[in-house]
Design a protein around this ligand. Sequence first.
Ligand SMILES: Cc1cc2nc3c(=O)[nH]c(=O)nc-3n(C[C@H](O)[C@H](O)[C@H](O)COP(=O)(O)O)c2cc1C
Length: 207
Amino acid sequence: MRKNTLILCAVVMMLCCSCQQKSAETTEPVNENAKNTTMEDLLTRRSVRNYTDSMPPMEVIEEICKAGTYAPTGMNRQSPIIIAVTNKEMRDRLSKLNAAVMGADNDPFYGAPVVLVVLADKNVHTYIEDGSLVMGNLMNAAHALGLGSCWIHRAREVFESEEGKQILADLGIEGDYAGIGNCILGYTAGEYPQAKDRKENWVYWVK
Ligand SMILES: Cc1cc2nc3c(=O)[nH]c(=O)nc-3n(C[C@H](O)[C@H](O)[C@H](O)COP(=O)(O)O)c2cc1C
């Protein structure tokens, strides 16, 4: 009887240990190397302002959009939307509208063949933060997948204009959307830009 009790205790203890080990395992990073790659991507992404004409594969653009949709949003309201433009006519139209905001007639998209326009629902009070985080995800994902990218501003003014509003209506996009940013994408032409030095006093520690 005593021997049986001892065996039972041993089995229970073994089970407990194995459960604890499992839960510890699941909180550890699945892949140490993946973690370092993420850090490297975050530190080496740069704004690219020189592109080849080549269209990146649609699957890669879809992956980048997917990364955008997984950005955090206030109360998970998911206020932003992405208009993924690979159509040259629409890309050129958006470029012209963007240049017009500056009173210019150059291509503010630097020849990039793809534009991911991020807009967000103005009725959600975190819409600017939500949309900006989507922009960050798009640019970092693009870099991780081997494409150049850059945030191009003036989406707000473009989609406040009559033509901008008409574009949304023609696409069947209804609602109170404000332009947050344009993430241009493509293959980098020429040298990859280097990061400028970081300013002093970026981080104030309180230890
Ligand atoms: C809100 C915002 C607006 C920007 N607008 C433009 C723009 O209109 N045109 C441009 O060439 N770069 C634009 N940029 C890119 C910045 O100039 C760039 O991020 C900055 O110079 C730092 O360079 P890095 O991204 O290579 O680190 C913008 C960036 C942000 C965050």
